[in-house]
Design a protein around this ligand. Structure first.
Ligand code: ZN
Length: 371
């Protein structure tokens, strides 16, 4: 059963912070009435975020209510949740050292617990912009990130309407870490782009993003096998001053063998590159012969923070290889460092930044028919 149907309207109403309520209420959903998206009594959209909290959950909150079934308890301070219910703090709740706005729903889920933070869209987006970029970055870069994050979120909310949550807190979706100190820049970026999303034709655009493209954007086709006209290979030299633009790493054969479950590794070479020159497949030479491994699988197996992208060359160094690479992330869509440096060095507006990374899309107010 959907949260919005089981929760008293007053709690959903309170889940929206007073500051966000005014802005949220002008989202078009208020009058549309024909959307499956959950919204509070004031018309604001509520996002359901899965929090990772382990098996036993202790939260801290001042002046909270905890509603379980027909019983509502009031309290202040620490609370260990041992039954299904909804925690509604007056301000925020603290979990694992992080502060979260909105309500916390605890429910049993196939033998374990599922913890879901029901939070207003603007609070959610403020947190994403703060964690995906730094809130101290240039306002135009933050605004580009806010539009990209909002568009991505609306697509996920639509796709996952029947699931128990819309997104989780990790890079599987977008990084959400609750309230961040000094997030004014992010908060402003969300407010100043209020309601704005990217469309391609009459559909919301797939707004992927990554840290640094290394000078060439990858196509959606080459990374995920799905071609989109606004996610094609193109030169994008703007992130060359990024700290992750160039990297290199030495990896012993023994480690490659361990991570790929292949014994007797003797060599690694590039088998095939895609249209952006990123590596598609690698040849792993072992005592038993040569085996082809997809570069994205290789990257994940070795650690995506270590092998920062598949945009690399391979050289041998004794019983090891040296990868010399560029960029950080999959390379599709917006390059965050490129967005920042375009704004910093050229004063590029967020509209032009988005135009560069998603050519052929248009920035418009969200339309109820499309979500
Ligand atoms: Zn770039």
């Amino acid at each position: 059963m959907r949260f919005s149907r089981v929760l008293p309207a007053i709690i959903l109403f309170a889940a929206c912070s007073p500051k966000g309520r005014g802005r949220i209420s002008s989202y078009i959903y208020k009058s549309s009435g024909n959307t499956a998206l959950p919204h509070d009594a004031d018309g604001g959209i509520i996002v359901r975020v899965k929090l990772f909290a382990g098996e036993s959950l202790t939260v801290k909150a001042d002046d909270y209510t905890f509603t379980s079934g027909k019983t509502t308890r009031r309290g202040s301070g620490s609370l260990t949740i041992t039954e299904e219910g909804v925690l509604q703090p007056k301000g925020y709740f603290v979990l694992g050292g992080k502060r979260y706005h909105g309500a916390l729903e605890a429910r049993r889920d196939s033998g374990g617990w599922l913890y879901i933070n029901h939070v207003s869209m603007d609070e959610y987006l403020t947190s994403v912009v703060s964690h995906e970029m730094s809130p101290s970055w240039h306002p135009e870069a933050l605004k580009a990130q806010a539009v990209v994050a909002r568009t991505y979120l609306l697509i996920k909310m639509k796709e996952r309407a029947k699931k128990p949550y819309d997104v989780d807190t990790t890079t599987n979706f977008q990084v959400y870490g609750g309230l961040k100190k000094g997030d004014t820049g992010a908060r402003n970026a969300v407010a100043e782009t209020h309601n704005e999303v990217l469309y391609h034709g009459d559909k919301l655009a797939q707004t992927f993003f990554h840290s640094s493209c290394g000078g060439t954007l990858a196509s959606a086709e080459e990374v995920w096998g799905k071609s989109l006209p606004y996610l094609e290979v193109q030169s994008s030299p703007y992130c060359s001053a990024a700290p992750v633009y160039k990297w290199s790493i030495k990896i012993p054969f023994s480690e490659i063998g361990r991570r790929l479950a292949a014994s007797g590794v003797r060599g690694v070479s590039v088998a095939e590159r895609g249209p952006s020159k990123r590596v598609k497949t690698l040849n792993i030479v072992t005592a038993r012969g040569t085996k082809k491994v997809r570069a994205d699988k290789f990257r994940t197996a070795l650690g995506a923070l270590k092998v920062k992208s598949t945009f690399f060359g391979v050289a041998r160094d004794g019983n090891a290889i040296i990868l010399t690479g560029r960029g950080f992330g999959h390379g599709v869509g917006m390059c965050q460092w490129g967005a920042k440096l375009q704004a910093d060095e050229r004063g590029t507006s967020y509209r032009r930044i988005l135009d560069h990374y998603f050519p052929g899309t248009s920035l418009r107010a969200v339309n109820a028919q499309s979500v």
